[in-house]
Design a protein around this ligand. Structure first.
Ligand code: F6P
Length: 323
């Protein structure tokens, strides 16, 4: 293995730079050329990439985002686009590929691996934590810390004005961010796509929670089946006319920020392991973490299966709800 390409793809996440740094340094220390591809599969199609040096990854571990750039690339879904990408990899004598991203990234990698017969390793890089085969994805812990920092601030003002706040968080069609941050922020209720939202029950909970309390926070996952925070607020408003209701959409700030210790260590371990797996002739697998142990599963399985949050967390919130 003389040359390994790497790319980041899909929604970026804090910790991607730590993974890039680890892959590049591991390659160079093992006399392998790391070839960074810009802007995910789009850059592979456009022929944009470069051999990377130690200096390219100096002082990046602390920064969110990805120095390689990322993209969502529709052209890669077409065979013509993939053929351009394969030509670019062959021209640059790439012998192995490491992709960092979510299930869309893994889907592209699986097809590419079949059409080009190149060994590929996938790292789970997304704030959504919705990747099968791992307890945590790179960026999830940092996003949670961003969310609870924002919710703590909203709690301050909600308590000052005796308000009920509906706070919308990311997560695409999964409720991991909403559920974990609801526990960590002490939110009174949480709405996630994995559970049917019961509006009358929510109204009841808000009335009960608000008795003698200065504020109520409801976290709403953006993929919730009843709609986003504003929709939910408008649905309950007719039943809560005497309450001061407000909503807040946290949006893309959840994707940025300096990665947490957890994400920096996870990304560094996974990046180093990915290079070793390629050197040992592994192919078409994704890396995950189970507890503190790094594990692998096939890319096909990671794409096919779906990851859902442990609903015991929902039970915990209900158990702690003030009666
Ligand atoms: O997959 C990460 C994510 O942040 C999701 O939580 C969110 O729904 C989506 O990306 C937003 O995508 P974009 O940044 O392309 O608007």
């Amino acid at each position: 293995m003389k040359k390994i390409a790497l790319l980041t793809s899909g929604g970026d996440s804090p910790g991607m730079n730590a993974a890039i740094r680890s892959i590049v340094k591991t390659c160079l220390n093992k006399k392998i050329v790391p070839f960074g591809i810009f802007d995910g599969y789009q850059g592979m199609i456009d022929g944009r990439g470069k051999n990377m040096k130690y200096s390219d990854v100096d002082n990046i571990i602390q920064y969110g985002g990805t120095i390689l750039g990322s993209a969502r690339c529709k052209e890669f879904l077409e065979i013509e686009g993939r053929q351009k990408a394969i030509k670019f990899l062959k021209e640059n004598e790439v012998e192995g590929l490491i992709v960092i991203g979510g299930d869309g990234t893994f889907t592209g990698a699986k097809i590419l691996g079949q059409e080009m017969n190149i060994p590929i390793i996938g790292l789970p890089g997304t704030i959504d934590n919705d990747i099968y085969g791992t307890d945590y994805t790179i960026g999830f812990d940092t996003a949670l810390n961003t969310v609870i920092s924002a919710v703590d601030k909203i709690r301050d003002t909600a308590s000052s004005h005796h308000r009920v706040f509906f706070v919308e968080v990311m997560g695409r069609d999964a409720g991991f961010i909403a559920l974990y941050s609801a526990i960590a922020s002490g939110a009174e209720s949480v709405l996630i796509p994995e559970e049917i939202t019961d509006i009358p029950r929510l109204v009841e909970n808000i009335k009960n929670q608000n008795k003698g309390r200065r504020s109520t926070i409801i976290l709403v996952a953006e993929g919730d089946d009843e709609g986003h925070a504003l929709d939910i607020m408008n649905k309950v408003r007719p039943f809560l006319l005497e309450y001061d209701l407000r909503h807040s959409v946290l949006g893309h700030m959840q994707r940025g920020g300096s990665p947490s210790v957890q994400d920096r260590i996870l990304a560094t371990r996974m990046g180093n392991y990915a290079v070793d797996l390629l050197i040992e002739n592994n192919s078409n697998i994704t890396i995950g973490v189970r507890g503190t142990e790094l594990i692998t599963c096939s890319i096909a399985e990671a794409i096919k299966e779906h990851a859902s949050p442990d609903l015991a967390y929902l039970k915990l919130i209900e158990t702690l709800r003030t009666k």
